[in-house]
Design a protein around this ligand. Structure first.
Ligand SMILES: Nc1ncnc2c1ncn2[C@@H]1O[C@H](COP(=O)(O)OP(=O)(O)OP(=O)(O)O)[C@@H](O)[C@H]1O
Ligand SMILES: [Mg+2]
Length: 139
């Protein structure tokens, strides 16, 4: 499914279904292998991406993801941007607290994802959707 992916170009994809979440996992795995992340780091970024893609679907009402390779001159990495036009997050500190959920989940997706990546950024406001950018670097 990810065969023939051009890693020189950012890969954009819609997140509208469970199948799309699976595709995000596969794409992130492929790009992580290409930039030579360790097996452990591959699993960390795939797990983080899976949680964030699921949140985009469930809370954001669907959205988009863009997966790109990055290079800072010393290391390569994978950068992933999740974007939705959903309700946004009113209290970000609360949303990032382990165990906080408004959807009957475990409340560990967002906080867990943050711990699994090297860089984590959220742009969100009530009524303005949510954009989350994560990066994992090779080491
Ligand atoms: N894209 C989003 N748009 C709006 N609200 C969000 C978004 N992502 C997360 N949230 C809010 O943050 C809360 C915490 O998210 P988190 O992923 O940690 O937990 P969860 O999805 O409820 O449960 P889990 O991921 O453990 O199954 C969510 O319950 C929801 O209220
Ligand atoms: Mg979640």
């Amino acid at each position: 499914m990810t065969a023939g992916v051009d890693l020189g170009q950012p890969q954009a994809q819609a997140i509208r279904s469970d199948e799309d979440v699976v595709r995000v996992r596969q794409l992130v795995r492929t790009v992580s292998v290409a930039v030579k992340l360790s097996l452990v780091d591959q699993t960390k970024i795939v797990t983080a991406a899976s949680e964030l893609a699921r949140n985009t679907l469930v809370y954001g009402g669907g959205g988009t993801v863009e997966v790109a390779t990055v290079d800072n001159g010393r290391r390569r990495g994978v950068r992933i941007v999740f974007d939705d036009s959903g309700p946004g997050i009113a209290d970000l500190d609360l949303a990032l607290t382990d165990g906080y959920t408004t959807g009957g989940g475990l409340g560990l997706g967002l906080s867990g994802a943050r711990r699994l990546v090297d860089e984590f950024d959220i742009q969100t406001a009530p009524g303005e959707g949510t954009r989350i950018t994560v990066t994992k670097w090779s080491r």
